[in-house]
Write a protein that binds this ligand. Structure first.
Ligand SMILES: [Zn+2]
Ligand SMILES: [Zn+2]
Length: 228
Protein backbone atom coordinates (compact mmCIF):
# COMPACT_ATOMS: atom_id res chain seq x y z
CA UNK A 1 0.00 0.00 0.00
CA UNK A 2 1.36 3.45 -0.86
CA UNK A 3 1.53 6.21 1.66
CA UNK A 4 -1.12 8.90 1.79
CA UNK A 5 -0.57 11.55 -0.87
CA UNK A 6 -0.36 14.15 1.89
CA UNK A 7 2.71 12.52 3.35
CA UNK A 8 4.36 11.96 -0.01
CA UNK A 9 4.60 15.76 -0.45
CA UNK A 10 6.54 16.15 2.79
CA UNK A 11 10.27 15.77 3.10
CA UNK A 12 11.81 13.23 5.46
CA UNK A 13 12.61 15.77 8.18
CA UNK A 14 9.00 16.75 8.53
CA UNK A 15 7.76 13.17 8.45
CA UNK A 16 10.33 12.27 11.13
CA UNK A 17 9.17 15.19 13.25
CA UNK A 18 5.65 13.74 13.08
CA UNK A 19 6.91 10.26 13.95
CA UNK A 20 8.83 11.70 16.91
CA UNK A 21 5.46 12.60 18.45
CA UNK A 22 4.71 8.88 18.62
CA UNK A 23 7.87 8.13 20.55
CA UNK A 24 6.21 7.32 23.88
CA UNK A 25 5.06 3.97 22.64
CA UNK A 26 7.13 2.37 19.85
CA UNK A 27 4.25 0.07 19.05
CA UNK A 28 2.90 3.06 17.13
CA UNK A 29 6.11 3.02 15.10
CA UNK A 30 5.70 -0.67 14.42
CA UNK A 31 2.22 0.03 13.05
CA UNK A 32 3.36 3.03 10.99
CA UNK A 33 6.22 0.98 9.54
CA UNK A 34 3.64 -1.33 8.00
CA UNK A 35 2.11 1.50 5.92
CA UNK A 36 4.74 1.68 3.16
CA UNK A 37 8.42 1.06 2.42
CA UNK A 38 9.38 4.70 2.92
CA UNK A 39 7.87 4.79 6.40
CA UNK A 40 9.38 1.44 7.21
CA UNK A 41 12.84 2.66 6.18
CA UNK A 42 12.54 5.92 8.15
CA UNK A 43 11.36 4.11 11.27
CA UNK A 44 14.07 1.50 11.01
CA UNK A 45 17.01 3.73 10.15
CA UNK A 46 16.21 6.83 12.17
CA UNK A 47 13.48 6.56 14.81
CA UNK A 48 14.37 3.18 16.13
CA UNK A 49 18.12 3.63 15.94
CA UNK A 50 17.92 6.87 17.90
CA UNK A 51 15.58 5.37 20.47
CA UNK A 52 17.73 2.27 20.69
CA UNK A 53 20.89 4.27 21.33
CA UNK A 54 19.14 6.29 24.04
CA UNK A 55 17.50 3.47 25.92
CA UNK A 56 19.60 0.39 25.23
CA UNK A 57 23.01 1.88 24.41
CA UNK A 58 24.98 -1.10 25.59
CA UNK A 59 22.96 -3.45 23.45
CA UNK A 60 23.09 -1.40 20.30
CA UNK A 61 25.19 -2.74 17.53
CA UNK A 62 25.75 -1.44 14.04
CA UNK A 63 24.54 -4.71 12.65
CA UNK A 64 21.14 -4.12 11.01
CA UNK A 65 20.07 -7.67 11.84
CA UNK A 66 20.71 -7.08 15.50
CA UNK A 67 18.87 -3.80 15.43
CA UNK A 68 15.89 -5.45 13.72
CA UNK A 69 15.83 -8.16 16.39
CA UNK A 70 16.00 -5.53 19.11
CA UNK A 71 13.07 -3.68 17.61
CA UNK A 72 11.09 -6.86 17.50
CA UNK A 73 12.10 -7.68 21.07
CA UNK A 74 11.04 -4.26 22.29
CA UNK A 75 7.60 -4.31 20.78
CA UNK A 76 6.66 -7.96 20.25
CA UNK A 77 5.40 -10.54 22.69
CA UNK A 78 6.73 -13.96 21.62
CA UNK A 79 3.25 -15.53 21.83
CA UNK A 80 2.41 -18.77 23.58
CA UNK A 81 4.03 -21.15 21.12
CA UNK A 82 7.49 -19.54 21.22
CA UNK A 83 7.28 -19.46 25.01
CA UNK A 84 6.96 -23.24 24.95
CA UNK A 85 3.20 -23.30 25.61
CA UNK A 86 0.26 -24.24 23.44
CA UNK A 87 1.96 -26.90 21.39
CA UNK A 88 -1.56 -28.19 20.73
CA UNK A 89 -2.89 -27.29 17.34
CA UNK A 90 -6.47 -26.35 18.11
CA UNK A 91 -5.60 -23.02 19.71
CA UNK A 92 -8.27 -20.38 19.90
CA UNK A 93 -8.46 -17.47 17.48
CA UNK A 94 -8.98 -15.16 20.40
CA UNK A 95 -6.10 -12.64 20.24
CA UNK A 96 -5.74 -12.90 24.01
CA UNK A 97 -4.60 -16.47 23.60
CA UNK A 98 -2.45 -15.70 20.58
CA UNK A 99 0.20 -18.30 19.88
CA UNK A 100 2.23 -16.23 17.43
CA UNK A 101 4.37 -13.13 18.04
CA UNK A 102 2.29 -9.96 18.18
CA UNK A 103 2.50 -6.41 19.48
CA UNK A 104 2.94 -6.76 23.21
CA UNK A 105 0.58 -5.36 25.75
CA UNK A 106 2.15 -3.75 28.76
CA UNK A 107 5.45 -2.00 29.17
CA UNK A 108 8.06 -2.39 26.42
CA UNK A 109 11.21 -1.49 28.36
CA UNK A 110 13.91 -4.12 28.64
CA UNK A 111 15.75 -3.89 31.94
CA UNK A 112 18.62 -5.75 33.50
CA UNK A 113 17.05 -5.68 36.98
CA UNK A 114 14.27 -7.88 35.63
CA UNK A 115 16.77 -10.28 34.10
CA UNK A 116 18.60 -10.61 37.42
CA UNK A 117 15.38 -11.72 39.11
CA UNK A 118 15.06 -14.62 36.70
CA UNK A 119 18.54 -16.10 36.80
CA UNK A 120 20.08 -18.44 39.36
CA UNK A 121 22.63 -16.90 41.69
CA UNK A 122 25.68 -18.15 39.81
CA UNK A 123 24.50 -16.39 36.63
CA UNK A 124 23.71 -13.01 38.17
CA UNK A 125 26.71 -11.38 36.49
CA UNK A 126 25.29 -12.16 33.06
CA UNK A 127 23.61 -9.23 31.34
CA UNK A 128 20.09 -10.41 30.65
CA UNK A 129 17.66 -7.65 29.75
CA UNK A 130 13.99 -8.55 30.25
CA UNK A 131 10.71 -6.70 29.77
CA UNK A 132 8.94 -5.39 32.82
CA UNK A 133 6.61 -7.52 34.90
CA UNK A 134 3.99 -8.77 34.19
CA UNK A 135 4.67 -8.67 30.43
CA UNK A 136 1.86 -9.70 28.12
CA UNK A 137 -0.89 -11.65 29.88
CA UNK A 138 -2.48 -14.61 28.06
CA UNK A 139 -5.29 -16.68 29.54
CA UNK A 140 -4.92 -20.19 28.16
CA UNK A 141 -6.83 -23.21 29.32
CA UNK A 142 -6.94 -23.15 33.10
CA UNK A 143 -4.07 -20.72 33.67
CA UNK A 144 -2.98 -17.19 33.03
CA UNK A 145 0.43 -16.96 31.40
CA UNK A 146 2.49 -13.81 31.73
CA UNK A 147 4.76 -13.85 28.72
CA UNK A 148 8.12 -12.14 28.80
CA UNK A 149 10.92 -11.61 26.35
CA UNK A 150 14.49 -10.44 26.60
CA UNK A 151 18.05 -10.70 25.39
CA UNK A 152 21.45 -11.57 26.79
CA UNK A 153 24.13 -9.03 26.01
CA UNK A 154 27.21 -10.79 24.60
CA UNK A 155 25.52 -14.13 25.06
CA UNK A 156 28.49 -16.21 23.89
CA UNK A 157 30.64 -14.82 26.68
CA UNK A 158 27.98 -15.30 29.38
CA UNK A 159 28.05 -17.89 32.13
CA UNK A 160 24.72 -19.27 30.96
CA UNK A 161 26.24 -19.96 27.55
CA UNK A 162 29.30 -21.58 29.11
CA UNK A 163 27.04 -23.78 31.20
CA UNK A 164 24.77 -24.80 28.31
CA UNK A 165 27.65 -25.37 25.93
CA UNK A 166 29.89 -27.06 28.50
CA UNK A 167 27.17 -29.47 29.60
CA UNK A 168 26.32 -30.16 25.94
CA UNK A 169 22.68 -29.48 26.72
CA UNK A 170 20.29 -30.57 23.99
CA UNK A 171 18.19 -27.93 22.32
CA UNK A 172 14.45 -28.26 21.98
CA UNK A 173 12.30 -27.64 18.90
CA UNK A 174 10.91 -24.40 20.33
CA UNK A 175 11.60 -21.77 17.65
CA UNK A 176 12.94 -18.36 18.58
CA UNK A 177 10.37 -15.61 18.08
CA UNK A 178 12.98 -13.00 17.23
CA UNK A 179 15.37 -14.60 14.77
CA UNK A 180 15.60 -17.63 12.54
CA UNK A 181 16.86 -20.12 15.16
CA UNK A 182 14.66 -23.19 15.08
CA UNK A 183 15.93 -24.73 18.30
CA UNK A 184 16.38 -23.25 21.76
CA UNK A 185 17.62 -24.34 25.16
CA UNK A 186 15.26 -24.76 28.07
CA UNK A 187 16.77 -22.63 30.83
CA UNK A 188 14.53 -24.19 33.45
CA UNK A 189 15.68 -27.76 32.96
CA UNK A 190 19.29 -26.55 32.56
CA UNK A 191 19.09 -25.12 36.12
CA UNK A 192 19.80 -21.58 34.96
CA UNK A 193 16.71 -20.06 36.61
CA UNK A 194 16.39 -18.97 40.20
CA UNK A 195 15.95 -21.87 42.55
CA UNK A 196 12.83 -20.59 44.25
CA UNK A 197 10.76 -21.27 41.14
CA UNK A 198 8.86 -24.47 41.70
CA UNK A 199 6.14 -26.47 40.03
CA UNK A 200 2.40 -26.22 39.92
CA UNK A 201 0.49 -29.08 41.49
CA UNK A 202 0.09 -30.73 38.06
CA UNK A 203 3.84 -30.61 37.41
CA UNK A 204 3.93 -27.52 35.20
CA UNK A 205 6.86 -25.22 36.01
CA UNK A 206 5.88 -21.87 37.50
CA UNK A 207 8.44 -20.19 35.23
CA UNK A 208 9.85 -21.37 31.96
CA UNK A 209 12.26 -19.67 29.59
CA UNK A 210 13.95 -20.59 26.33
CA UNK A 211 17.07 -19.04 24.85
CA UNK A 212 18.35 -19.23 21.28
CA UNK A 213 21.96 -19.14 20.10
CA UNK A 214 21.73 -15.40 19.64
CA UNK A 215 20.71 -14.86 23.26
CA UNK A 216 17.03 -14.07 22.64
CA UNK A 217 14.84 -15.21 25.51
CA UNK A 218 11.12 -16.06 25.45
CA UNK A 219 9.28 -17.37 28.44
CA UNK A 220 6.26 -17.35 30.70
CA UNK A 221 5.35 -17.11 34.34
CA UNK A 222 2.18 -18.69 35.63
CA UNK A 223 0.11 -17.71 38.61
CA UNK A 224 1.41 -19.37 41.72
CA UNK A 225 -1.40 -21.09 43.64
CA UNK A 226 -2.01 -19.88 47.18
CA UNK A 227 -1.92 -23.45 48.43
CA UNK A 228 0.12 -26.16 46.83
ZN1 LIG B 1 1.27 -11.54 24.20
ZN1 LIG C 1 16.75 -15.73 18.45
Amino acid sequence: MEEDCGFSMLNDDIVLAVFAKLEDDPRHWARVACVCTRFSSLIRHFCWKTKCSQTLPSLLSDSPATCASLLKLAVCCPGLRHAGIAADRGASKNPKTSRKPHLARGNWDLRREQGCKLLARQFRDDCLYLCDWPGCVHPHKKRKYMLFRGIFKDFKTSRVWTSLDGDKRKKLPVECAFCTCRYTWDLHSAFCLRRGFRYQIDGEPVVRAYVCENGHVSGAWTDVPLFS
